[in-house]
Design a protein around this ligand. Structure first.
Ligand SMILES: Nc1ncnc2c1ncn2[C@@H]1O[C@H](COP(=O)(O)OP(=O)(O)O)[C@@H](O)[C@H]1O
Ligand SMILES: O=C(CO)[C@@H](O)[C@@H](O)COP(=O)(O)O
Length: 556
């Protein structure tokens, strides 16, 4: 009798459920739900305006995903709930929220609905950069040894700057919350009725270490005396390893979703890391880029190496027995979306429609008529700051070489190339610091949809690129961890390595570098590197000065 697991993937704008056969990885049914509140980066539902660099979400949307998509996949597949042996959850991270001891989000409480800090701070909430800067200075001055694990800089996207911002800007929310929790763990809590924390979010996003735990009380007190006991007071209890079972589906959730009471639920996971077994990766040296709104680069290695500018490395952070490394680019597909929304004249949309094409596909088809270097354009891929290797959200985008003949498709191509140069920087940085990148895999919406983008990446990084066999890498990865939480005794797996080999998959296509293109791109990459260092490492801080002026004017 076939057995199934469900992966629930919470992305930036939508959440989805995927029902998978645990023996083959075959995807039986899927259902997607777009968050009605989207990303709140300008105002709250009440109309209250948000500050510069805010990015919030509404937890109601996450509950709607659970209720709508799980029942939909069960219905569509016709599978009996008794044959669904496990559930896994992954989420964007660090996407964190203040909640009460019973799990109620503070933004649901009367009196807090109009308070921005009561809502979910999405991974790309960048308004705590001043806190990240102070945290990094303090950690460096105190010689905190954990700093090296995080590429020598903690990003403002991670947990500590975000909770510190709440403490200083909205102490009433800090007081009201009983815990500050990753949305991944909160959803697992909603499903099982049990509060758990997972080692992936804690390790990469909350400065937690398997042997050493969190940073010391002295460190937190040096940031702000009121943070001295933040770990005990707000960050909850035991941290569980990936693949472990957090608990079973509660009767209340069973009624809402159609799952059987007690169905095992895996501890939460991060959307990027969870994808690794979904492409069948089961060893070191194989980098997976999860390419969508942003890109995360996940890689495993046998040893711990200090690599500047990465997001971090965590022992067992991806799969047990290996050190998992994460780097990333805060903005990838968001560049293309920005261009489409702001720089493309109506006639392009009309032409795309007449050809029955999506606007991205249409622009890419036009751009593919050009050769590398032909447009004379070069861009820096920093429209949403730089995550790796500069770890600086105050950097902004730039495009050089525009003339009166520059066309939207050329700008589109320049942005694609810029993101590929950013990826090459990340690969070279790993290799220069002792972490080999022998193979390159891609997953996510862009890898799935765009041969144009993937060929440019292969030419620029000079490596063959293998593509995920699933259009829904994170959801498949979450389903894999659901099968591991169920365990062999229930028809699942005892090891994520076994599950990856059986359920992970690749497409029957590899993008190979074109040597002629690669030679031109080597020259363009050298120019990119010059601009990258000039604007990104202090040669000219004009981007930061402009941002300061902008903040001054907006705040006035
Ligand atoms: N055909 C395409 N080629 C390249 N990028 C695309 C294409 N269609 C959409 N995009 C970009 O893909 C991104 C969404 O990626 P996806 O993986 O679906 O979402 P997410 O990263 O939020 O999970 C958007 O930023 C969009 O601009
Ligand atoms: O930062 C991480 C994971 O560490 C991601 O959750 C974040 O970049 C968001 O990913 P998406 O672009 O929404 O797929």
């Amino acid at each position: 009798m076939a057995k199934y697991s469900i992966g629930i993937d919470f992305g930036t704008l939508s959440g989805r459920a995927l029902l998978v056969d645990v023996r083959t990885g075959e995807e039986i049914a899927t259902s997607v739900y777009d968050y009605p509140h989207k990303v709140m980066d300008e105002m709250l539902p009440s109309g209250k305006r948000l500050g510069v660099d805010f990015a919030l979400e509404h937890p109601r949307d996450y509950l709607d995903v659970i209720e709508k998509t799980i029942s939909a996949v069960i219905r569509e597949s016709g599978v009996s709930p008794d044959d669904i042996i496990g559930v896994g959850v992954d989420f964007t991270a660090c996407t964190v929220m203040p909640v009460k001891a019973d799990g109620t989000p503070v933004c649901f409480l009367p009196g807090f609905r109009d308070n921005p800090h009561a809502y979910v701070k999405l991974w790309k909430h960048h308004a705590a950069q001043d806190k990240a800067n102070k945290l990094n200075e303090t950690a460096a001055a105190r010689g905190e040894k954990w700093l090296a694990r995080y590429g020598n800089k903690i990003s403002s996207e991670w947990l500590v700057p975000k909770i510190w911002q709440i403490l200083t800007d909205a102490p009433e929310v800090y007081e009201e919350m009983d815990c500050f929790i990753e949305a991944a763990d909160w959803i697992v809590w909603q499903l099982t009725g049990k509060e758990t924390r997972n080692s992936c979010c804690a390790g990469y996003k909350a400065i937690w270490h398997k042997q050493d735990g969190y940073p010391s009380k002295e460190f937190f007190a040096a940031l702000d005396p009121r943070l001295e006991n933040v770990v005990e007071e707000k960050l909850g209890g035991e941290i569980l390893p990936l693949g472990s079972c957090a608990g079973g589906i509660t009767p209340e959730m069973a009624a809402k979703t159609g799952l059987a009471v007690g169905t095992p639920v895996a501890v939460g996971n991060v959307d990027a890391h969870v994808c690794v077994p979904a492409v069948g990766i089961d060893g070191p040296g194989k980098m997976l880029a999860i390419m969508g709104t942003s890109t995360c680069h996940i890689l495993m290695c046998e040893k711990e190496c200090s690599v500047p500018g990465i997001c971090g490395y965590v022992e067992d952070g991806v799969m047990p027995g290996l050190v998992g490394y994460e780097a990333g680019q805060s903005c990838v597909g968001d560049h293309f979306a920005w261009l489409v929304n702001n720089c493309v004249p109506p006639r392009y949309f009309e032409e795309a429609k007449a050809h029955g094409m999506d606007i991205h596909v249409y622009l890419q088809e036009k751009a593919s008529e050009q050769k590398p270097g032909e447009s004379g354009l070069l861009a820096l891929d920093w429209w949403n700051g730089n995550r790796s290797v500069l770890v600086d959200v105050d950097l902004t985008g730039m495009m050089l070489g525009m003339t009166l003949t520059t066309r939207p498709e050329e700008m589109y191509r320049a942005l694609v190339e810029a993101t590929a140069y950013g990826t090459r920087k990340i690969i070279e940085n790993f290799e220069e610091n002792g972490v080999p990148v022998d193979e390159f895999y891609a997953s996510g919406g862009i890898a799935e949809k765009s041969a144009f983008v993937m060929q440019i990446y292969a030419d620029i990084i000079r490596k063959p690129i293998k593509i995920s066999g699933s259009a829904q890498g994170p959801a498949l990865g979450a389903a894999i961890f659901g099968a591991v939480a169920a365990g062999k005794k229930n028809g699942g797996y005892d090891s994520v390595y076994d599950a990856a080999r059986m359920m992970g998959k690749l497409k029957n296509i590899t993008y190979l570098p074109n040597e002629e293109n690669a030679k031109v791109y080597d020259k363009l990459y050298a120019e990119y590197s010059t601009l990258h260092d000039y604007f990104g490492t202090g040669g000219n801080d004009v981007m930061k000065r402009l941002k300061e002026i902008k903040k001054g004017v907006q705040n006035a």
